[in-house]
Design a protein around this ligand. Structure first.
Ligand code: AP5
Length: 222
């Protein structure tokens, strides 16, 4: 299955993608994680992307789309994957449709996590991540067991550069201006399902699994 998780920054896409990829035994494809890895590696793409990411702006479509296309085409043939953070513009949505068509595949479902602004700001300002394994924590709702260190890797957790309040507000504005057309795109294709993203992570995951069930059934019957 190919599933898109869509929503504003801090809606919980990454958290739900990790739960869902383990539930479906699918690959988790996060453009934010891939771009951050490029920045850490100091690649040419990372150098170009960094200034956009630090300001909370979108990285230009062609850079992100080339990166995602390369990544998807290298995945095991017919393996399912979950897209987290892509597509984020109308042009990216069209590129994705074209890419999948060329591979004889298509999207099974797109989920939109509707989340209130105050919830988003609270989540992003309290988020800490493990830069080694990508595990996501929150200082209040999902704290690590020991002294702000990753439960798995034991290295010190860090705050993302773009999780400072001014950048959070810009990311939200950018999302509203540039990413909302993606909702219409998938709504018109009758692929979009809306889920409330405001509850705790396990409750949201139950809603996600319920909403996914018809698509899972349809995929098994194909
Ligand atoms: P990206 O990394 O994709 O950031 P984002 O979309 O802004 O989303 P976030 O990762 O901030 O939030 P999330 O929804 O995944 O929430 P999470 O699960 O972590 O992109 C970063 C940047 O890269 C962009 O600004 C852009 O520059 C660039 N980029 C990426 N993709 C691009 C693209 N396609 N095109 C162009 N540029 C692109 O949760 C947040 C916090 O809340 C965590 O602390 C978590 O523990 C907590 N939490 C999660 N769910 C719950 C819950 N239900 N209850 C309580 N706490 C929760």
């Amino acid at each position: 299955m190919i599933v898109i998780l869509f929503g504003p920054p801090g809606a919980g896409k990454g958290t739900q993608a990790k739960l869902l990829s383990s539930y479906l035994a699918s690959e988790h494809v996060s453009t934010g994680d891939l771009l951050r890895q490029h920045v850490r590696d100091g690649s040419a793409l990372g150098e170009k992307a960094k200034s956009y990411m630090d300001k909370g702006e979108l990285v230009p479509d062609e850079l992100v789309t080339d990166m995602v296309s390369d990544y998807i085409q290298k995945l095991e043939k017919n393996k399912g994957f979950i897209l987290d953070g892509y597509p984020r513009t109308y042009a990216q949505a069209e590129s994705l449709t074209g890419l999948l068509k060329g591979m004889g595949r298509s999207i099974d479902a797109a989920f939109y996590f509707q989340t209130d602004k105050d919830v988003i700001v609270r989540r992003l300002s309290g988020r800490r991540i493990c830069k080694k394994c990508g595990r996501i924590y929150h200082i209040e709702t999902m704290p690590p067991k020991n002294d702000m260190r990753c439960d798995d890797c034991t290295i010190a957790l860090e705050q993302r550069n773009d999780d400072k309040e001014a950048t959070i507000l810009n990311r939200l504005a950018v999302y509203l201006a540039q990413s909302t057309p993606v909702l219409d795109y998938y709504e018109k294709k009758a692929l979009l399902k809306r889920i409330s993203g405001n509850a705790d992570a396990q409750s949201v995951f139950i809603l996600l699994k319920d909403a996914l069930a018809p698509s899972t059934k349809a995929a098994h019957n194909r």
